[in-house]
Ligand binder design. Sequence first.
Ligand code: RIB
Ligand code: CA
Length: 313
Amino acid sequence: MTETIIIDTDPGHDDAFAILLALASPELEVLGLTTVAGNVPLATVSANARRIVELAGRPDIPVFPGADRPLLRPAMHAHDVHGDMGINGHDWPPPRHPPEGRHALDWMVEALEAAADHSVSLVPLGPQTNLGLLLRRAPDLARRKLRRIVAMGGAYFQGGNYAPAAEFNILVDPEAAAIVFGAGIELVAVPIDCTNLALTPESWIPDLLALGSETGRACAGMMRFFQESGNRMHGTTTRPLHDAVAMAYLLWPELFTGRLCNVEIETASELSLGSTVVDWFGRTPRPRNCLWITGCDAATMYARMLQRLATLP
Ligand code: RIB
Ligand code: CA
């Protein structure tokens, strides 16, 4: 039983691994990628998305640029983590084909109109601006045609990674996240509560190089760059591939643990803007709108991920 997905993304090193994993997995049918300003600006994440699908040998996968800024707030980027071009660490050629000329929202609406009921899953791996816009523009269509939303984002037990109480994807566009979390559509969140604990193995870079492929070389180079800043900041020796962990949830949910909870987004407080407030102990009557993932078997997950990456050119 394949799952048809649209990946909404801001590549971004961990986005790159997530996209490659999806394209290497027959369980997933990727309708297309939509891009959103996040780790780096929109034009760069869109060119990066093209680079990644071409690296995977899938130039047929369309990339549709979406929002170039959050719904209400100024754009925020993460060059300190992802570098100036967003997937630094590999000598990337320019993409052979440009992103599509159509706006992501127009394409998403058309794709959902053509889909069967509850047949398409959205996988947001960056700020949720595009999803917020979709749910504002076509709420009934989204509720009828979407199967579920599996999002990388949020922080509760771990604390924030880009603000004391907020994870980057939610912090950049809290208003969009509030729309998504309040939409009443089946929602799985893979927050840093889970991903921070899912560190890549110490052998990850040599394992990637040993694949002997361009994909292996690109992933090894990206990982070396990505973990250098993170290791310096956190005093670690390896780093988690947040978005790839979220994509792995779609493939191997049995490796993950979590709880169906009420999760709300803070959009007012300057002190804790963008925080994901998780009613883990059910202390409120608020609806349990989100499966909040808190753990996974990281060793098994990355071993399986490596096997999938090994199938790419
Ligand atoms: O906090 C981690 C998230 O922010 C990941 O999606 C990473 O790519 C950045 O967008
Ligand atoms: Ca991302």
